[in-house]
Design a protein around this ligand. Structure first.
Ligand SMILES: Cc1cc2nc3c(=O)[nH]c(=O)nc-3n(C[C@H](O)[C@H](O)[C@H](O)COP(=O)(O)OP(=O)(O)OC[C@H]3O[C@@H](n4cnc5c(N)ncnc54)[C@H](O)[C@@H]3O)c2cc1C
Ligand code: FES
Length: 356
């Protein structure tokens, strides 16, 4: 996994809705192999805003076959990067960008004959539309049902593109808009995508079709509700994939809450780009990522909230615990990977690598 930043130029800006801009980048030929991606993955950006370095991740809304790198950024009130992107960023500007990454990804199989359920809300449509375009183009026998939640018609991101896809793939794509604040005369489609509405939506639009895989992106409560309801509907948990953009911060009350052991110092050796940085860290201190940074390692990160996997590293010796993990798969955790922004020592001697 490459954790280097590359300078990319903004090649196109398009206002998708009043509060959402999509931004395309020119990726030089020499970087195109490194910037290949799977539908659903994201880019991490770094720039200086008001004299402060800001890093944020944005899912690619383009699909791999489009040979294009485009993200869509929805403005959050007082949000540093999203306000900057919506109001200040210009065509020709440069941003520091990491190669695509992320576990929320769809790998098409041209002979598959599946029915996928996609669920997005607000800006959560960005990785979903990439997956949607990939399924429709790369799996000609598969079908898709998309539930897309917004406040109202004017907030629909990619409205025209979605309609065009629906018209092109009439027999294979079912598009269902749900509005929380606009009434279109159908009670089922007025409200949030929540635990009460999902079974009704499934009954009305999925009926007795099987679901072979589900991809969900939106607010945390919606993701959890859809996941639970799909499991109740009979879908195996390993077929339900989701991407979280933001999670409520977790307050560490007791660093060793499993065993309530006394705080201890751990000696940590950290490998990055073949070089070793070593430092001491208290089990009740900051995260391994923050301590590594303080010790001089330019360790990769973006959200610092356990939702992206930019700070992923592998524990080669010793043990660590994580406060939260919304990004790594069970297989990755079992293989020893951790989110260093969430990781704290559980043993006194740790070797951890960003290179593996
Ligand atoms: C893997 C990944 C992919 C992402 N893809 C997209 C995408 O395609 N499009 C997109 O618009 N965003 C996406 N995000 C969210 C994005 O990275 C930023 O978190 C978001 O744009 C806010 O950044 P900001 O600097 O504007 O706000 P900040 O200055 O970081 O925050 C301002 C306030 O808003 C709150 N906040 C931050 N993020 C959110 C959020 N997402 N929802 C609600 N409240 C929030 C903060 O807690 C804070 O109170 C993604 C995040 C991740 C981890
Ligand atoms: S920086 Fe996003 S999970 Fe650690």
């Amino acid at each position: 996994m490459s954790t280097n930043f590359h300078t990319l130029k903004v090649s196109e800006l398009q206002h998708e809705t009043e509060g959402c801009v999509s931004v395309a980048f020119e990726v030089p030929l020499a970087l195109q192999a490194e910037f290949q991606y799977s539908a659903g993955q994201y880019l991490t950006f770094k720039t200086i805003i008001d004299n402060e370095e800001v890093r944020r991740s944005y899912s690619l809304c383009s699909a791999p076959h489009e040979n294009n790198w485009r993200v869509a950024i929805k403005e959050i009130p007082d949000g540093k990067f999203s306000s900057f992107a919506n109001h200040q960023l210009q065509i020709g500007d440069s941003l520091q960008v990491m190669a695509p990454m992320g576990n929320f990804k769809f790998q098409p199989n041209s002979s598959a004959k599946q029915h996928y359920l996609l669920v997005g809300a607000g800006s959560g449509i960005t990785p979903i539309i990439s997956i949607l375009k990939t399924i429709l183009r790369e799996e000609p026998l598969s079908t898709v049902t998309l539930f897309y939640g917004n406040k109202g018609m004017n907030e629909i991101i990619f409205r025209e593109e979605l309609e065009a896809l629906k018209n092109k793939y009439l027999d294979r794509m079912n598009l269902v808009h749900i509005f929380s604040r606009e009434n279109i005369g159908v009670p089922l489609l007025k409200g949030r995508i929540d635990a009460a509405r999902i079974p009704l939506l499934l009954q009305a639009f999925v009926n007795n079709q099987t679901i072979d895989g589900a991809y969900i992106c939106g607010p945390q409560e919606m993701i959890l509700a859809v996941k639970d309801e799909l499991i109740a509907f009979g879908l195996a948990a390993n077929l339900i994939h989701f991407e979280l953009f933001h999670a409520a911060p977790v307050v560490r009350t007791n660093q060793n809450n499993e065993a309530k052991v006394a705080a201890f110092e751990s000696h940590i050796e950290l490998i990055m780009d073949g070089e070793v940085t070593d430092f001491y860290l208290s089990s009740e201190g900051p995260s391994i990522l923050d301590a590594a940074y303080k010790a001089g390692a330019d360790a990769p990160f973006a959200c610092k909230g356990g939702v992206c996997c930019t700070c992923k590293a592998k524990v080669l010796r010793g043990e660590v615990s994580m406060d939260v993990n919304y990004a790594l798969t069970q297989e990755e955790v079992e293989a020893g990977y951790v989110l260093t922004c969430q990781a704290h020592p559980k043993s006194s001697d740790i070797l951890i690598s960003f290179d593996d």
